[in-house]
Write a protein that binds this ligand. Structure first.
Ligand SMILES: *Cc1c(COP(=O)(O)O)cnc(C)c1O
Length: 448
């Protein structure tokens, strides 16, 4: 595979952009990432003309793939050519707000912003403003964007900023606990219950694994927050409109949070974020309430149109059946391949999310028959139960270097584009085909 043009572009980029990229994960691949020229259905074509089956899909936003269906295209063109934005409201914002509140159980009112980061930042401010409390409980390894209150590592007794440039004072208001650890979250509420404004978690750790919740975990978070007058925030930036279809992961798990943050799919491929929830809480945002929140580009008409037409298309076509079916076939195909070639590794994911975690220990080959057939479900009767990842720490302990330095390149050389490290999820789109699945499974067989 020739990467001459990508190398030249990266050389130029290094002179004018830090690390040569505009978002850190894009440079995870060494020595340099490939640059994309264009998308084509479920594929991308790079600057040197190489074609890849694309399971990255913009890291989540592209539910429909790269060729947007005609009504989505038309709405985008129409709003772009009408004059891109105005600084005063438009009808399409109301249409999308109505659509989301009609389909997502927790959402009565919603505020649109421009990124998932902005959504979680505003949700934290809203929770603090509403409760008059400062502390936020988050999951270790959970990702809520590039924001001060959640870029925190360590544990609840000793939280520290996970990035330079963040004062320790921010970390002191954040309490990180291990995902799926009931005891840890109970303890944090015993100790700090009166000071906790909110628990914020992804329903499924989609940026670190993927890690599925144990049965009853979200119910426990719901109970504890209610008991102590704290809010439960589901960060559905990845799972929203992907897991659980138009009802999102909260409908799949049957647990309704007070607030939900959105991003990715709800903008149909354009920059977006949103904070939705109970009217009585969301009404605390300015100008209705006293929690300041604003944005020049918020509710951008082109984004709103792309998001609305994407979701309408999904409502009227077999989008979720198609992507969930291919996701299921990838996960069960991978489960079979691993049983043969790498029984210690774990297949994870649900709906249209999939990944293999390179776990180091697993059950012996002969006891694998009753394992989860299509991605880890934290099933206590599964022979893999004791070794499958339940927390971010478990994922971190996997062979992450082998994944990135050896395996990723072997897949790329076979024309399969996977996410750039062990931690990020992979996504099926409506444009992917049976043949993409078959070819991808063949490539895994070669590379594992
Ligand atoms: C991607 C992501 C974010 C950040 O969204 P950006 O649009 O990149 O700022 C926040 N939370 C979760 C769960 C995400 O997956």
């Amino acid at each position: 595979m020739n990467h001459e043009h990508s190398r030249e572009l990266y050389d130029r980029a290094l002179s004018v952009m830090p690390g040569g990229v505009n978002s850190a994960v894009r440079a995870a691949i060494e020595p340099y990432p490939f640059f994309v020229r264009k998308g084509d259905g479920g594929h991308v074509i790079d600057a040197d003309g190489n074609r890849y089956i694309d399971w990255v899909m913009g890291l989540g936003p592209l539910l429909l793939g790269h060729d947007l269906p005609e009504p989505v295209q038309a709405a985008i063109q129409q709003h772009a050519s009408a004059g891109p934005m105005y600084g005063t409201p438009t009808e399409v914002e109301v249409d999308l707000a109505e659509f989301v509140s009609r389909h997502v159980p927790s959402v009565e009112k919603i505020r649109f912003v421009n990124s998932g980061t902005e959504a979680t930042t505003s949700a934290v401010r809203l929770a603090r403003g509403y409760t008059g409390r400062n502390k936020i409980v988050v999951m270790q390894g959970g990702y809520h964007g590039a924001q001060e209150s959640t870029l925190v590592e360590g544990d609840a007794d000793d939280p520290k900023p996970s990035s330079a440039g963040i004062p320790q004072a921010f970390a002191e208001h954040t309490l990180p606990v291990p995902f799926n650890d009931e005891e840890a979250v109970r303890e944090v509420f015993e100790e700090h219950g009166d000071d906790i404004a909110a628990v914020m978690t992804e329903p499924i750790l989609g940026n670190y694994g993927i890690v599925y919740p144990e049965d009853g975990y979200h119910e426990l978070l719901r109970e504890l927050t209610e008991e102590h007058g704290a809010l439960l925030i589901f960060d559905e930036v990845i799972t929203g409109f992907r897991v659980g279809g138009l009802g999102c992961a909260q409908s799949e798990f049957g647990v309704t949070p007070d607030l939900t943050t959105f991003g990715k799919i709800v903008g149909g491929g354009f920059p977006v974020g949103a904070i939705g929830g109970r009217a009585e809480i969301v009404e605390h945002f300015a100008p209705a309430g006293d929690v300041f929140q604003a944005g020049t580009f918020s509710g951008h008409p082109v984004t709103m149109a792309a998001g609305l037409e994407t979701l309408r298309f999904a409502a009227e076509n077999d989008v979720y059946e198609h992507v969930d079916d291919l996701g299921e076939r990838l996960r069960s195909g991978l489960t079979d391949i691993l049983a043969d070639q790498a029984p210690e590794y774990t297949v994870v994911g649900t709906a249209s999310l999939f990944k293999v975690i390179f776990t180091r220990d697993g059950p012996d080959r002969n006891s694998l028959e009753q394992q989860c057939e299509s991605g880890c479900r934290q099933d206590p009767v599964c022979p893999r139960y004791d070794s499958c990842p339940k927390t971010a720490g478990d994922v971190k302990a996997a062979e992450t270097d082998r994944w990135r330095r050896i395996f990723w390149g072997q897949m790329k050389d076979q024309g399969v584009f996977l996410s750039q490290n062990q931690f990020e999820s992979q996504f099926v789109s409506y444009a992917h085909t049976d043949e993409d699945v078959e070819r991808t499974l063949e490539a895994y067989k070669e590379a594992l």
